[in-house]
Design a binder for this molecule. Structure first.
Ligand code: SIN
Length: 571
C-alpha cells in the first residue's frame, strides 16, 4: 500500500493546479490513466473568460453567466468564482503562461481579448487557438520541478475506498504516532482500542484511498491518502459525436456515485454548436471564437438561418445555437451546416486560428476560401459531483474540482470559456481547505489488498467495444439536443438490460482500462438519463418536446443520491 497526504485523480488544469498548491505541505500523487498531457484541458481552444479590461466589469460577467445558466446558477458561487478569477490568472502567468497581446492606440501592450457566445464584452484570454495546451504545458513544467509530487501515468483509478478512523487528542499529537504504528495498534473492528492513550479514535465513513490499475505492470495497487481529489474531467465519450478526447469517460462521477456521493444536474450536457463534420476528422472542435470574429452559420442553401431563431444570431448562448442548428438540419434533411469566415484574409486566419486553419487544410479545406462543414457535438458536462465552494463533496475526505464537479457556477448551461477559470479558482479554494484538514487530522486506514478472486482473462474483448458503441448510439439517438419522455424511457430501459452484462464482465474477468471505462460510461449515462427524466420542464441544455416551457416548480438542481435517487433539492 502506498500512502500520500494528497492524491489527485486527473492531470488537467484543476488537478495540476491543486497539486502545486498543496505540494509545499506534504506528499502528493497525481494518478492519470494515460500520459500526463492527456486531458480535456489540453484540447481547450477558446480560452479563459476573465475580467481584465477597464471596459468590462465583474458585474457584467456575473450577469452574462446567470443569463446563460437560465436561472439555475448559484449567484454566490458565480460571484465568488468570477471575482477571484483575475488573481488566479495572475498566478498562472507567474508560472510562465503567456496569453496573446495586442497594442492599444497609445502603444501599450494589452491582452488580446476574444469574444464568444453569451458574452456582452470581449473578455476571453487566449493563446491563439491552443489555450488549453499552453496552460497544460505550463502547469506540467511546474509540477515536474516539484520534489513532493509523484506523477503516476497509465494508472487508472478503479474505485474509491471508504471508511477508516479519525484520530484526535492531545496525547496522539504529543506522541506523534505515525499512521503506520497506528495501523498495527488499532484493529478496525475492536472498539476497546478506541480510547487508549488519550486518543479519541472515531470510526467514521470517509474516503481513505483508492484502488488503481497500473496498466504497464498489469497489476492493481491500493493507494491511501488523507485528502483525495477527483479532477477527472468530463464525459463526452458517452455520445457518438463529441469534441472531447478519448479519456473523457466520466470516471470521477461514476466512482463518486458508487461511493455514495451526491450528484447534481446531469441532464445538462452541453453540445458545442460547431464540431468539424468530415469523415476523417475525429472530434475536432471549431472554436466559438471563430464566431466571435464574425463567423456566420449558413444552411445547405447558403441562407444565414440564425436570424430566424434568435436576435443574438451566431453569438446567442450555446444551447440556443446548437438547438437552432439541430432544427435546421432536421428541417432540411441536411447532414451538417456551414460556418463561414471567408470575409477574413488567410493571413488573419492563419495567425489567429493556426490549429483550426492547419487542421482544415489537412482535410483539403482552405477556410479563407470555403466555409467549414460543422455539426453540434457533446462538449461539456455542466452537472457532476455536487460540491461546496471549497470543492468538498458529500463524502468526508473526498474533493471534486473541474468539469467533474458541480459547483453551481454553470446552472443549466455553461457560459463559454468559464470552465478553465472555475477550475483554477476551485483548485485554489479546495487546496486551502484540504491543507488545513490534512494538517489537523491524524488519520488511520488499513486498506485491504485487491482480491482478483477467480477472475479470468476475458474471452471476447469485442463485447466491450460492442456495448460501448451501443451506449453511445443510444445516448446520441435518444438523449441528444431535443428529448422526449418516451425516448428517455427507451434509453433507460435498454441501459437497464446492459447493466447485468457489464456487471458480469466486471466481476468475472480480469480488469482492463477498457472494461473500467465501459463500466464508468454506463454509470454516467444512467445518471444522465435519470436526471433528464426527473426534470419535467425545458431549461437551458435540457429541452424536451413534452414539457417545452420553463416550470418554476423545477427551479432547483436535480439531485441524485443513492439514499434518495428520485429526489430533487432546492439550492
Ligand atoms: C471553444 O473554443 O469554442 C470552446 C470554449 C469553451 O467550451 O469554453
Amino acid at each position: 500500500m502506498l500512502t500520500f497526504d494528497h492524491i489527485i485523480i486527473g492531470s488537467g488544469i484543476a488537478g495540476l493546479t491543486f497539486a502545486l498548491k498543496v505540494a509545499e505541505q506534504g506528499s502528493v500523487a497525481i494518478v492519470t490513466k494515460k500520459s500526463k498531457v492527456d486531458s480535456n484541458t489540453a484540447w481547450a481552444q477558446g480560452g479563459v473568460a476573465c475580467v481584465t479590461s477597464d471596459e468590462d466589469s465583474i458585474e457584467a460577467h456575473v450577469h452574462d453567466t446567470m443569463i446563460a445558466g437560465d436561472d439555475l446558477c448559484d449567484e454566490k458561487v458565480v460571484r465568488t468564482i468570477l471575482t477571484e478569477g483575475p488573481e488566479r490568472i495572475a498566478e498562472l502567468m507567474q508560472l510562465g503562461m503567456h496569453f496573446d497581446e495586442r497594442q492599444d492606440a497609445a502603444g501599450h501592450r494589452q491582452p488580446d481579448l476574444g469574444k464568444e457566445g453569451g458574452h456582452s464584452k470581449r473578455r476571453i484570454l487566449h493563446a491563439q487557438d491552443r489555450t488549453g495546451l499552453e496552460i497544460e504545458k505550463t502547469l506540467l513544467a511546474a509540477v515536474a520541478q516539484h520534489p513532493n509530487i509523484t506523477l503516476l501515468e497509465h494508472h487508472m483509478a478503479i474505485d474509491l475506498i471508504m471508511t477508516g478512523y479519525r484520530v484526535q487528542g492531545a496525547g496522539c499529537q504529543e506522541k506523534n504516532i505515525s499512521d503506520h504504528e497506528m495501523i498495527s495498534q488499532v484493529e478496525i473492528s475492536d472498539n476497546r482500542q478506541l480510547t487508549t492513550d488519550n486518543c479519541h479514535r472515531e470510526a467514521m465513513t470517509r474516503c481513505v484511498g483508492l484502488y488503481v490499475f497500473d496498466e504497464e505492470k498489469n497489476q492493481i495497487e491500493a493507494l491511501s491518502a488523507k485528502a483525495i481529489v477527483l479532477a477527472t474531467g468530463g464525459c463526452g465519450k458517452v455520445y457518438l459525436y463529441t469534441t472531447n478526447p478519448d479519456i473523457a469517460t466520466g470516471d470521477g462521477i461514476a466512482m463518486a456515485w458508487r461511493a455514495g456521493a451526491t450528484i447534481a444536474n446531469m441532464e445538462f450536457m452541453q453540445f458545442h454548436p460547431t464540431c468539424l463534420f468530415h469523415p476523417q476528422a475525429k472530434s475536432f472542435l471549431i472554436s466559438e471564437a471563430v464566431r466571435g470574429e464574425g463567423g456566420v452559420l449558413l444552411n445547405g442553401a447558403g441562407e444565414r438561418f440564425m436570424k430566424r431563431y434568435d436576435g443574438r444570431l451566431e453569438l446567442a448562448p450555446r444551447d440556443v445555437v446548437a438547438r437552432a442548428i439541430d432544427a435546421e438540419m432536421k428541417r432540411r434533411g441536411d447532414d451538417c451546416v456551414f460556418l463561414d469566415v471567408t470575409h477574413h484574409s488567410e493571413k488573419f486566419l492563419r495567425e489567429r486560428f493556426p490549429k483550426i486553419f492547419e487542421t482544415c487544410l489537412s482535410y483539403g479545406m482552405n477556410i479563407a476560401h470555403q466555409s467549414i462543414p460543422v455539426v453540434p457535438a457533446a462538449h461539456y458536462q455542466c452537472g457532476g459531483i455536487k460540491t461546496d465552494l471549497h470543492g468538498r463533496t458529500s463524502i468526508p475526505g473526498l474533493y471534486a474540482i473541474g468539469e467533474t464537479a458541480c459547483t453551481g457556477l454553470h446552472g443549466a448551461n455553461r457560459l463559454a470559456s468559464n470552465s478553465l477559470l472555475e477550475a483554477l479558482v476551485m483548485a485554489h479554494r479546495a487546496a486551502q481547505v484540504a491543507k488545513k484538514e490534512v494538517a489537523q487530522t491524524s488519520f488511520v486506514s488499513t486498506l485491504a489488498p485487491w482480491q482478483s478472486g477467480e477472475a479470468q482473462d476475458p474471452d471476447e474483448l469485442v463485447m466491450i467495444s460492442h456495448i460501448w458503441d451501443e451506449i453511445r448510439r443510444l445516448m446520441s439517438d435518444y438523449m441528444g439536443i431535443v428529448r422526449t419522455t418516451k425516448r428517455l424511457e427507451r434509453v433507460a430501459s435498454r441501459l437497464k438490460n446492459l447493466e447485468t452484462e457489464i456487471q458480469e464482465f466486471y466481476w468475472n474477468f480480469k480488469i482492463s482500462t477498457d472494461l473500467l471505462e465501459l463500466r464508468n460510461l454506463f454509470t454516467v449515462a444512467s445518471l444522465m438519463v435519470q436526471s433528464a427524466l426527473n426534470r419535467k420542464e425545458s431549461r437551458g441544455l435540457h429541452y424536451t418536446l413534452d414539457y417545452p416551457e420553463h416550470d418554476p416548480a423545477f427551479l432547483q438542481e436535480t439531485i441524485l443520491s443513492k439514499n434518495s435517487p428520485q429526489r430533487s433539492q432546492s439550492r
